[in-house]
Design a protein around this ligand. Structure first.
Ligand code: T3D
Length: 262
């Protein structure tokens, strides 16, 4: 599939997906959803060992393209549930479930579903000028794309409620101070910081990282005893991986490991 609304490429184990509708602050229309889904589908069985998600231009993503959502006064409105079932829910679940680390490089404003898609990624790094906006309350909706699930877990109920009920812009620096994102960096440093991190992760033991993210995400639904079983089962599989053998051999040999992601 040729892409018009995203940029996508893979090199050196790093897959890069850039939302590319800058005049609309990279808001999602149906075509962009279709292209993003296609690109994410290409990761399975590829050489990619890390995914970097970013936006073109001055924004990261402004959520749903509202120019597709005009409602005639007095009409029955729009069944937004259909759009969520068809597009936003699968997108968020696929980011959660990808068996490799996903970095959100938040280059500018992340609003509505755009904010929550960023927060669905495993490591979020934002430029200092970026903001996170739970814009839903301004248009009569509730946060979707996992916002009501993710936010209280990241920042606690008080901040989740303040952010979502008010819909104000949260500066990246504050988001980092609250532990909502991993890191806030100077605008000029975003590219190099993300590249360095992506390079590190692309050389890491991918299976171990995949199980780590899956286990941490699953932990919210588990008791301690259940989670200890999750860890045991994953460790059993990882103990048989080539990267574990290599990691131990490198440690004993006092050399740098050469992980292959297998
Ligand atoms: O519908 C479903 O399928 C259900 C799922 C819903 C998920 C959702 O995401 S609902 C929430 C949708 N998003 C929003 O409500 C955010 C709307 N945008 C804004 O609030 C602001 O644009 C921002 C806070 C993101 C940025 O503000 P600012 O002042 O930096 O930029 P701006 O001037 O408002 O926007 C720049 C341009 O982008 C502008 O176009 P123009 O006037 O230059 O031609 C603006 O209309 C356009 N734009 C921004 N966001 C959207 C958009 N166009 C379409 N849809 C957008 N969401």
């Amino acid at each position: 599939m040729a892409y018009d609304t995203i940029l996508f490429g893979m090199e050196g184990g790093i897959a890069r997906l850039t939302l590319n509708r800058p005049d609309k602050l990279n808001s999602f229309n149906t075509q962009m959803h279709t292209e993003v889904r296609d690109a994410l589908g290409r990761l399975a069985g590829s050489d990619a060992r890390v995914l970097v998600l970013s936006g073109a231009g001055r924004g990261f993503c402004a959520g749903q393209d509202l120019s597709d959502r005009a409602v005639a006064p007095g009409s029955a409105g729009i069944d937004l549930g259909e759009s969520i079932d068809k597009y936003y829910k699968p997108l968020v679940l696929s980011l959660h479930n990808l068996p490799l680390p996903v970095i959100a490089a938040v280059n500018g404003v992340a609003a509505g579903a755009g904010a929550n898609i960023a927060l669905a990624c495993d490591i979020v790094i934002a430029a200092q000028s970026a903001t996170f906006v739970q814009a839903f309350s301004k248009i009569g909706l509730l946060p979707d794309s996992g916002g009501t699930w993710t936010l209280p877990r990241l920042v606690g109920n008080a901040r989740a409620l303040g952010l979502t009920l008010l819909g104000n812009k949260l500066p990246a620096e504050q988001a980092a101070a609250w532990g909502m994102i991993w890191q806030c960096v100077a605008d000029a440093d975003l590219g190099t910081t993300v590249d360095a991190l992506a390079t590190t992760l692309a050389a890491a033991p991918t299976r171990g990282l995949a199980w780590t993210k899956a286990a941490i995400r699953a932990s919210w639904q588990h008791s301690l005893a259940e989670q200890l079983d999750v860890e045991r089962d994953a460790q059993r599989k990882l103990g048989r991986s080539a990267d574990y053998a290599e990691g131990v051999a490198a440690f004993i040999g006092k050399r740098t490991p050469r992980f292959t992601g297998r």
